[in-house]
Design a protein. Structure first.
Length: 257
């Protein structure tokens, strides 16, 4: 038995409220069950629903943007269990437990640690230029990609079931998280350089000292790629900022004399 598109759409919309009933005891467990219910009611009878619901109401926690991949796969596994029986289907609780933590780590790195700073850096260019719509631009651009992920991941999980795990590996999402973080660093570095140049030009100061900031930025990027300690990178960055600030103040005082 295959769930119709109306039922799958109903489940997908409910996933938008995955964390509405979040708690420290079960995390996203109740939200996970709430999203599954339209599909479970199509698969199981009323007599079976109590047992199945209790099984899915337990602890569950993963990244909300990757949760549709898990929900879609679980629906597929529940269909196979209802058709073939317990002995021919994978233990669904074990599957949820196995994929939840890795998906959470990948999602945190990809969306919170990579995409959000990247989009924030891009929209800050608009804010610096005085465009009042910058916050709305951030919301639009940032939510566009997660929205696409939610749709594609849910449908892929439902179509392929347990094989959907290979989707993460095939598309190298952890590597994409690293690349997006690197892009965010470049964008934020460019934003800093843009603000420095704008400030110097506004005060009629020579802009050539700002070019010197590119050298330590490049060196810091190389150091980060080679695994340099985060504390050391912070120390070097603060030192560069202090030295550059003193240098530019001296230049400004010299030109006023």
């Amino acid at each position: 038995m295959r769930l119709g598109w109306q039922t799958r759409l109903h489940v997908w919309f409910r996933l938008l409220f995955l964390q509405a009933s979040w708690s420290y005891q079960r995390m996203q467990g109740l939200g996970f069950l709430f999203a599954l219910l339209p599909g479970l009611r199509k698969i199981y009878s009323e007599e079976q629903m109590r047992e199945v619901s209790l099984r899915h109401a337990g602890y569950f926690n993963t990244h909300p943007y990757l949760a549709p991949l898990v929900v879609g796969a679980v629906l597929k596994l529940e269909e196979e269990r209802a058709i073939h029986g317990e002995d021919r289907s994978i233990d669904i609780d074990d599957f949820k437990e196995i994929v939840a933590a890795p998906y959470a780590a990948i999602g945190d790195a990809l969306f919170w640690g990579g995409l959000r700073p990247l989009v924030a850096g891009i929209t800050l260019f608009f804010a610096v230029k005085g465009i009042v719509w910058a916050p709305l631009i951030f919301l639009l651009v940032f939510n566009l990609f997660p929205f696409w992920f939610r749709i594609v991941f849910f449908e892929y999980g439902y179509r392929h079931g347990i094989k959907s795990v290979a989707y993460i590996q095939e598309h190298n999402l952890p590597d994409w998280a690293v690349r997006i973080k690197e892009a965010a660093v470049v964008v934020l570095g460019g934003l800093c350089a843009f603000m420095v140049f704008s400030h110097l030009l506004d005060h009629q100061l020579p802009s050539w000292p700002g070019l010197l900031a590119l050298v330590p930025m490049i060196l810091l990027g190389v150091g980060a790629r080679r695994g340099m300690s985060t504390l050391l990178l912070i120390f070097i960055t603060c030192t560069i900022i202090i030295v550059a600030g003193i240098f530019w103040i001296d230049v400004a005082l010299f030109l006023k004399l």
